[in-house]
Design a protein around this ligand. Structure first.
Ligand code: AVI
Length: 318
């Protein structure tokens, strides 16, 4: 049962926040842009394609954990909670959890209104008795939950290791905000990608078919299209680098030769070999994972991991 009073939103031609982040990101040294801007329509399609790649283990591994441990979730989480998902629910992952813990309501939160409404409608159809209450908004900013779930104990669901795309201080801030939003008797089920063999990590972000390269390069196409840019796409190379000190995969766009280009009427220069750092994907050891959760106000209670130790689903308590 889909319950919403928020109309679907559609991206307008010029997004002032996109403009601000790109101009600021290209003006700083080293150049760096926030990963949220990957996800225009084409970027979201390319990300979906990434999740099916043989090299990209996180989605497949996490989905298998959700499918396999339903009875364990029911025992550890209990039934009768309102599930608040940070991000639009994926039709592959979310139904496993909803089936296992029989929630009282389901509240997906996502910044992309059209994507959110499409995924909410699909879930409402699959679970006709479940109140589905989508909230369009940026969960990195303060927001309100629907009044319909007032008084219900909550389970936050944050799959995909999306937390890994944040710098550690921003990740802690977000966990604290989730803790405040969800309340004192809340639980949180969060996906966290583990540190592993460097070659496996690099391959997951630099696949043989070049889908991740296209995902990264799509940012340049988006800048050209939406911000009157003239960046030569073919003069940029996709790079995925393991930064061992920071325990993260970094994606960069590297200039193949010295470049001059314009964005929104402003000139920029890049030396040959200079990069735009477009994304970090942090990976965690067992201790890092617990430290991060505790810093964010959550006490880790249980975790489920695949046999190879690639990916962990952690249940934490407020
Ligand atoms: C969305 N996020 C968790 C993905 C990741 O693995 O960091 C984004 C991604 N970037 C390249 N491949 C996938």
């Amino acid at each position: 049962m889909l319950l919403t009073d928020q109309a679907p939103t559609f991206a307008s031609a010029i997004d002032p926040e996109f403009r601000h982040d790109i101009m600021h990101g290209l003006s700083r040294s080293p150049k760096a842009t926030p990963p949220i801007w990957f996800y225009d329509r084409r970027g979201s399609e390319l990300f979906e394609a990434i999740t099916d790649l043989p090299e990209y283990y996180p989605t497949r591994t996490e989905t298998a954990l959700l499918a396999r441990h339903g009875a364990d979730f029911a025992a550890a989480i209990g039934t009768g909670r309102a599930v608040v998902e940070f991000g639009a629910g994926s039709s592959r992952k979310t139904p496993h959890l909803l089936r296992a813990i029989a929630p009282t309501a389901y509240v997906p939160i996502d910044i992309s209104g059209d994507f959110l409404h499409a995924s909410s409608a699909a879930l409402a159809q699959a679970f006709p008795d479940l109140p589905v209450l989508p909230v369009v908004g940026d969960f990195n900013r303060p927001l309100d939950l629907p009044s319909a779930i007032e008084g219900m104990p909550r389970l936050g669901f944050f799959p995909g290791s999306t937390i890994g795309n944040m710098e550690p201080d921003a990740a802690v801030d977000l966990l604290r905000a989730m803790r405040r939003l969800l309340g004192d008797d809340a639980k949180l089920l969060i996906g966290m990608d583990r540190i592993k063999d460097r070659d496996r990590l690099v391959a997951a972000y630099d696949d043989a078919q070049g889908v991740t390269a296209a995902f990264n390069l799509n940012l340049i196409e988006r800048i050209n299209r939406e911000l009157e840019g003239d960046l030569p796409v073919e003069e940029f190379a996709h790079r995925a680098i393991w930064n061992d000190e920071k325990a993260r995969i970094e994606m960069h766009l590297e200039a193949r030769r010295p470049l001059h280009f314009h964005v929104a009427g402003q000139c920029f220069h890049m030396d040959a070999g200079e990069t735009i750092h477009t994304e970090s994907s942090h990976k965690y050891g067992a201790r890092d994972e617990r430290l991060l959760l505790r810093a964010g106000g959550w006490e880790p209670a249980t975790e489920w991991m695949d046999d190879e130790g690639l990916f962990a689903l952690v249940l934490a308590e407020a």
